[in-house]
Write a protein that binds this ligand. Sequence first.
Ligand code: UGC
Ligand code: NI
Length: 169
Amino acid sequence: MTTTITSLTIEPLTREAFAPFGDVIQADDAARHFTINEGNTERYHDLAQIDPGEDGRAIVSIFRGLPRTLPFTITMMERHPKASQAFIPLSGRPYLVVVAQPASRPSVDDLRVFLCQGDQGVNYARGVWHHPLLGLEAVSDFLIIDRAGPGENCDIVQMDAPSIIPALG
Ligand SMILES: NC(=O)N[C@@H](O)C(=O)O
Ligand code: NI
């Protein structure tokens, strides 16, 4: 029996494309911004819907991720049913996110892959399927905003079929 392994398409991260999955956290002119501190500072305001859930508390952590090697095979996905989860790159390097709508169980055809630049963060909305951190090039730090609180907040699913993130062009 032959198994077809889908090669996934890598898209550039834009607010519009990522909107079904959450927020892009980026200090660009598309964000609401205004000058504060007597002209010294530009505030890029209210960039993400941080959602710690009804019984949770928003917490800030740092993930120090090893780089992934491409091509990379996606065999699992996870979601946080109680809260959002934000990743803000601190090391200035690109990374990848793989997401799917918060349906019951993602299939390969539901997967979207985005190449995020080192000045772009993402906030996964509550319940959005995503792959754990996919850092690139070198060990990289990410500021994480997610939830502490009662109950289990991580569903993991094995994909029905593997799919591959190809090497970058
Ligand atoms: N497990 C954990 O805290 N990290 C994952 O949620 C992830 O999305 O990387
Ligand atoms: Ni996660």
